[in-house]
Design a protein around this ligand. Structure first.
Ligand code: AMP
Length: 345
């Protein structure tokens, strides 16, 4: 069952003729609304989302249920959900080309997660790296949701029978588990779910500004990342304080080479690539140039986001329409699943 686009008014005038055979392939991914997006999220996932929406039947979700497994302030959550929707749209996701939806607006996701719980061995969840990392980060709040996180993720993905999932490197283990859960279910009941593959970019793990051996992450504090909505002066300030070295250090050199490759102007690439190669670099100059290039790269995004923010009703309408369309597919999947599991009288 594929999502029939005629169910959302945003898609009514949609001309999908350019999505030929590839459109039959479904892509699903989600991002948690847990604070601002950083350039790691962009290079690892969002940049890919924008490219994929032209070729495939894409679902991009705001994973709000996942985000409440972390420490958070309930008063902040609605704004974080709204902000992530703004980010999605300003970066170039187009509701005429893809479905943008909110996880908690589709209750079938938690229903399917419960059924998947019954086919997933506990030991599979206990060995997940992210569970171990997060349990350390929030040692006073090791809740069941944190352990069950990948099962809900599998429900999100398999609900739409996705063929592929664009994610950063940190999610590969979870996608492997999603494949296993599909297999567990198919073996126990009947062939129902495909085993989705992951789609990884060449920059699937962007490192922290302050420690280039660690992944860039919101949880390490704002000094460790550049937000895609950061103002140019903030980017300058963060870059100035970013890691540097007087001697050759592979991690640090790789970190700057990646940023230069992805965001650098042609002139800066020519100038600094050579210097990095010859280990003859003045980090203050490179950081200054990179800060400017990154700020320029996201200039259109910042402006578009500011414009979109002026019309919150439009954003809410897009989210409601997207969620309604996605729910139609989810209900079809759950009907099939419940029959196979033996829950239909
Ligand atoms: P999250 O904020 O955990 O929902 O992540 C959203 C997406 O960004 C996921 O696909 C992650 O794998 C990806 N991601 C997060 N951090 C990084 C990073 N430092 N480098 C590359 N991709 C990342």
């Amino acid at each position: 069952m594929r999502y029939d686009r005629k169910f959302t008014s945003e898609n009514k005038n949609n001309n999908n003729d350019n999505k030929t055979m590839a459109q039959q392939q479904t892509v699903f991914s989600a991002v948690q609304p847990s604070g601002e997006l950083h350039i790691g999220n962009y290079l690892g996932a969002l940049k890919n989302f924008v490219e994929l929406q032209d070729k495939y039947n894409c679902f991009f979700f705001i994973a709000d249920y996942h985000s409440i497994t972390e420490n958070y302030d309930p008063k902040e959550k609605p704004r974080q959900i709204f902000d992530l929707a703004l980010d999605f749209l300003a970066i170039g996701l187009d509701p005429k080309k893809c479905t943008i939806a909110i996880q908690s607006q589709i209750p079938e996701h938690t229903e399917l997660a419960w059924i998947f719980n019954t086919v997933t061995p506990l030991t599979e969840l206990q060995r997940m790296t992210q569970f171990k990392d997060k349990s350390q980060q929030q040692d006073k709040n090791i809740n069941m949701g944190l352990l069950d996180y990948p099962v809900l993720q599998a429900a999100d993905i398999l609900m739409y029978k996705a063929d592929a999932v664009p994610v950063g490197q940190d999610q590969i283990q979870h996608i492997e588990l999603t494949r296993k859960i599909a297999r567990f279910f198919n073996n126990k009941f009947c062939n129902t779910f495909p085993e989705p593959k992951n789609i990884i970019t060449e920059t699937s793990k962007i490192m922290s500004l302050t420690n280039p051996t660690k992944k860039m992450s919101k949880s390490h504090g704002p000094k460790s990342y550049i937000g895609i909505n950061d103002k140019p002066e903030i980017i300058q300030k963060k870059m100035r304080k970013a890691v540097s070295t007087t001697e050759y250090n592979k991690d640090i050199y790789n970190f700057y080479a990646t940023l230069l490759k992805k965001f650098g102007s042609e002139k800066n690439k020519r100038c600094f690539n050579e210097k990095l190669k010859n280990q003859d670099i003045k980090f203050s100059e490179l950081k200054n140039a990179l800060a400017e290039d990154i700020a320029n790269y996201f200039k259109d995004f910042r402006e578009k986001r500011k414009e979109l923010k002026k019309n919150p009703e439009k954003i809410k309408r897009i989210l409601n329409e997207g969620s309604k369309g996605a729910r139609f597919v989810a209900q079809e999947t759950m009907k099939e699943v419940k029959e196979k599991v033996g829950l239909v009288l």
